[in-house]
Design a binder for this molecule. Structure first.
Ligand code: CMP
Length: 140
């Protein structure tokens, strides 16, 4: 299995509840290594650009409101089959449907305030990493 990278966001509901360490611990225990990390307050423009794929969805405005409502921690994670590994530990988008032991089942508040984002493919991981990080900010 190849070592790959994925992109993660620790969302405003988690930073508000001081859970960035708790989330990162679960990511690390799942075999992922944080190779880049920064705490930022996303601008509206950044959030709308990042979630452009969802721009026609009815929840787009509220999603961008939420993602700009407080600080987030954007991270690059590295590990064997990192995209799937991260999605497995995150759990389903809606915490009500997430498996026991996953981040969303354990910590998330709702489908919107669902604590973490993770890339859904290697291709999107690269796009999302490049959206927030310069190559020299990633130290493996
Ligand atoms: P994320 O992985 O960050 O990608 C898009 C986000 O939209 C998703 O997590 C959810 O937090 C958010 N979202 C809000 N409402 C919905 C909804 N009804 N269906 C799917 N995603 C939603």
């Amino acid at each position: 299995m190849a070592v790959t990278r994925t992109f993660s966001i620790i969302k405003p509901d988690a930073t508000r509840r001081n859970l960035t360490g708790a989330v990162t611990k679960m990511l690390e225990e799942a075999g992922l290594r944080v190779v880049a990390s920064k705490r930022i307050h996303m601008t509206r423009e950044q959030a709308e650009g990042f979630y452009a794929v969802h721009s026609e969805r009815p929840f787009f405005g509220e999603l961008c409101d939420f993602m700009t409502s407080g600080p987030v921690v954007v991270q690059v994670l590295e590990g064997e089959d990192a995209v799937k590994r991260n999605r497995d530990v995150m759990g389903a988008t809606n915490p009500a449907n997430a498996d026991e032991g996953t981040i969303r089942k354990t910590l998330a508040e709702s489908i919107e305030a669902n604590t973490v984002h993770g890339s859904d493919s290697d291709e999107n991981a690269k796009i999302e990493i490049d959206y927030f990080f310069k190559p020299e900010e990633i130290v493996g």
